[in-house]
Design a protein around this ligand. Structure first.
Ligand code: PRT
Ligand code: ZN
Length: 283
């Protein structure tokens, strides 16, 4: 039985549970309990505060955990990061009052910076030879400059609206973060095998999200050009249409190249282009 720790409530909770669901893992009860067993996969889910997850994974109370990379790095526990999950994206940044002059990171010298991320900040300051004072606080970091507690802050940012409403501007991004899968270094052979199965499923879900299934009609004299744009998983499927001189082409395209490929396909005379989401993709 593999024990996985996820956030009990908060920004990572829903995406974590959705990911397990998309992996075909159905849980017996909700997050009202401390833990929930899955009835169709050998996994047990522990619902915990995100700050506690690295410690629990390190101690082996949980075998693996979903947590922000920011928390993982701040807690400095000796556990492995095995997969970047692509949700909970944010950045850890230094921000100062809007009115303050700023040219480069050396302007941080002599400032008092409030943060809940003192380990990550300390490393950043050392690496960049900046002599600033770290003032560790436990929450509401963004109000620190306004009440005279600090000159600057180091905190998580996503849309930037919290900084804006507190009269602050972002001057240095010190970490780009997202939810990650962290793993205890001493998993049993049995749990390692379950983790491999879980990773295969996570990969299938993530790869599917990054790709689209595409169907189109192509004039036969352009099939070579069109096939070279759509290598697919191996090569595109090409089936003749009932109408002579035309074929139906089916393939997979990556989300990132999508629009560029569509434009080229049209220039090669492709018609009736249909694009569908993919639910799972195993390459
Ligand atoms: O109760 P528990 O301790 O489990 O939860 P928590 O309150 O400590 O964490 P939570 O749920 O707020 O965040 C969990 C994780 O989500 C973080 O560790 C990050 O990895 C990730 N994440 C992504 C964020 C944000 N985006 C985010 N914007 N965590 C916090 N914020 C906060 C930030 O601290 C600031 O107060 O949102 C505010 C800034 O947001 P914008 O949109 O105004 O820039
Ligand atoms: Zn927390």
């Amino acid at each position: 039985m593999l024990k996985i720790a996820v956030q009990k409530s908060g920004r990572l909770y829903e995406d974590s549970i959705r990911l397990l669901k998309e992996c075909g893992i159905e849980l017996n009860n909700g997050n009202k309990q401390l833990k929930a067993a899955a009835f169709n996969f050998p996994i047990e889910v522990f619902f915990l505060r995100d700050d506690d997850i690295p410690q629990y994974v390190y101690d082996g109370v949980a075998d693996i955990g979903i947590v922000g990379e920011n928390v993982l790095l701040e807690k400095e526990k000796d556990i492995d990061l095995v997969y970047r999950l692509g949700f909970g994206k944010c950045r850890l940044s230094i921000a100062i009052p809007k009115s303050m002059q700023y040219q480069s990171a050396s302007d941080l010298n002599g400032l008092k910076i409030a943060t809940t991320y003192s380990n990550i900040l300390n490393k950043y300051l050392k690496k960049n030879n900046i002599n600033a004072e770290i003032h560790e606080i436990s929450g509401s970091v963004e109000i620190a400059p306004g009440i005279g507690l600090a000159d600057a802050i180091c905190d998580l940012v996503s849309s930037g609206s919290t900084l804006f409403t507190n009269g602050l501007k972002e001057v240095e991004v010190i970490l780009k973060s997202e939810a990650v899968l962290s793993v205890n270094k001493k998993l049993s052979i049995e749990n390692n095998a379950i983790l491999d199965k879980l990773l295969l499923r996570i990969n299938a879900v993530k790869t599917a999200k990054n790709n689209k299934y595409i169907l189109l009609n192509a004039p036969n004299n352009q099939l070579k050009n069109i096939s070279s744009l759509l290598p697919g998983m191996k090569s595109p499927t090409i089936v003749p249409l009932a109408e002579g001189g035309w074929s139906s082409v089916q393939s997979v395209v990556n989300e990132n190249d999508f629009w560029e490929i569509i434009e080229k396909l049209k220039s090669y005379g492709a018609e009736g282009i249909i694009v569908l989401p993919i639910e799972k993709m195993i390459v």
